[in-house]
Write a protein that binds this ligand. Structure first.
Ligand SMILES: CC(C)(COP(=O)(O)OP(=O)(O)OC[C@H]1O[C@@H](n2cnc3c(N)ncnc32)[C@H](O)[C@@H]1OP(=O)(O)O)[C@@H](O)C(=O)NCCC(=O)NCCS
Length: 308
C-alpha cells in the first residue's frame, strides 16, 4: 500500500537491491514493536524507504512526504511502531486513526528480515494493540500484484472490500486535446467546502484517502472547482503532472454526465498536462474516468478490512 496521492508518494529513483542477501533468523520472542514517536522524522522516513526496498513501485520517502502523510492521513506516531529485533530496526508500521477505525497506512520490513514470519507476527501484535486501544476495525489498501502482502493480510483475517483502480490521460500532444470543455463555466471554491460535501454526500466506506476527513487536510497549491452540482479537487495545476484527488457529484444530480462536463472543463482550462488518478478509486467509479477518455493503469489495489 502506499503515495501523496497513491498510498504514499514514490520517487523516480531506481530501486536498489542489496547485492549479498543475508539470511535472517529471528530469535524466538525477540520481536518487539516500539513507538515510532520516540524517533525523529528523518530517521522514520529513512527506515520506511529501507523497508520498501524492491517494492512494486520505487519508494523514496523524504521528510516532507512523511510530514504530509502524517498530517493528511491522520497517522498517530504514538500508535505507529518500529519493528525491532534485539537492537536492529527491521521494519515500520504507520497507523492512522479516526474514531473507532484505524488504518495501516504503511507497513514494510527490511529485505533481510522478510519471509521469515516477521510480517505475520507483527500484524498479529498490531491487531492486538488496536483492540486494546478500543478500536473496532482496521483498514488497509494493498497493491493487488503484491503477492506477499495480499497473502499476509488474508492470513491475519483481512477480507477484500473492493478493487481500487487508477487512470491516466496525457494531453501534452496537440491531437490529445480533449474537446467539449471550453464553454463550461468553472467556479473555484474553498477545499474545505468540497471536504464537507464529500463527508455528507460520499460513500460512508470511501477509501481513507478519498474520505472527507482526508480531503479537509488538502491545502494550496491544490485547488477545488465546481460546475453546478459537480466538484473536483486537483493537485497544483501549474505542474506538468496533475492528480485528480477527488470527484463528487451531489446525489440529486447523478447519472447526468456532470462529472465528465467538469473534468473536460478542467482539461481545457489547464491544457498540455498529464492527468493522473491514483489507484485509490472504487472500481465501480471507474466509468467516470473512462467517459472522458482516460486509460486504466495496470496497478490496482484491494481495499481490505478486518473487524477487531
Ligand atoms: C509484505 C511483507 C510485509 C511481508 O512480510 P514477511 O515478513 O515477508 O511476511 P511473512 O514471512 O510473515 O509471510 C507472510 C505470508 O506471505 C508469504 N510470502 C512471503 N514472501 C513472499 C513472496 N516473496 N512471494 C509470495 N509469498 C510470500 C509467506 O509464504 C506467508 O504465507 P504462508 O505463511 O502461508 O506461507 C514484506 O514482504 C515487505 O515488507 N514487503 C515490502 C513492503 C510491502 O510490500 N509492504 C506491504 C504493502 S501493503
Amino acid at each position: 500500500m502506499v503515495n501523496g496521492s497513491f498510498p504514499f508518494t514514490t520517487s523516480a529513483f531506481p530501486n536498489t537491491y542489496s547485492l549479498i542477501p543475508i539470511p535472517y533468523f529471528p530469535m524466538p520472542n525477540s520481536l518487539q514493536l516500539l513507538p515510532a514517536s520516540d524517533h525523529p522524522i528523518p530517521y522514520l522516513a529513512d527506515l520506511m524507504t529501507r523497508s520498501f526496498e524492491g517494492y512494486i513501485v520505487p519508494v523514496h520517502i523524504t521528510d516532507t512526504i512523511l510530514h504530509t502523510m502524517i498530517r493528511r492521513d491522520g497517522i498517530d506516531l504514538t500508535a505507529s511502531r518500529i519493528l525491532t529485533n534485539g537492537d536492529e530496526h527491521i521494519g515500520v508500521a504507520f497507523i492512522a486513526r479516526r474514531g473507532w477505525t484505524c488504518r495501516l497506512a504503511a507497513f514494510g520490513i527490511t529485505s533481510n528480515a522478510r519471509s521469515s514470519g516477521v510480517g505475520t507476527s507483527s500484524m498479529e501484535m498490531l491487531l492486538d494493540e488496536a483492540r486494546e486501544r478500543g478500536e473496532k476495525e482496521m483498514l488497509l489498501e494493498v497493491i493487488e500484484q503484491n503477492t506477499a502482502g495480499v497473502k499476509l493480510y488474508e492470513k491475519v483475517g483481512f477480507t477484500k472490500m473492493r478493487r481500487l483502480v487508477g487512470y491516466k490521460l496525457d494531453t501534452t500532444s496537440a491531437q490529445a486535446a480533449v474537446p467539449g470543455g471550453e464553454q463550461a463555466e468553472l467556479e473555484e471554491i474553498d477545499i474545505r467546502e468540497l471536504a464537507r460535501l464529500v463527508a455528507y454526500h460520499g460513500l460512508s466506506d470511501l477509501p481513507w484517502q478519498l474520505s472527507g476527513a482526508t480531503i479537509m487536510q488538502h491545502t494550496p497549491p491544490s485547488r477545488a472547482f465546481r460546475i453546478n452540482d459537480a466538484y473536483c479537487l486537483i493537485s497544483n495545476p501549474d505542474s506538468a503532472d496533475v492528480a485528480i484527488q477527488s470527484v463528487l457529484v451531489k446525489a440529486r444530480s447523478r447519472g447526468a454526465g456532470l462529472s465528465a462536463v467538469l473534468m473536460r472543463a478542467l482539461f481545457a482550462k489547464f491544457p498540455g498536462k498529464v492527468w493522473h488518478v491514483s489507484p485509490i478509486y472504487p472500481e465501480e467509479m471507474g466509468f467516470i474516468f473512462e467517459h472522458v477518455g482516460m486509460e486504466r493503469e495496470s496497478i490496482s489495489q484491494w481495499q481490505m478490512s478486518r473487524a477487531l
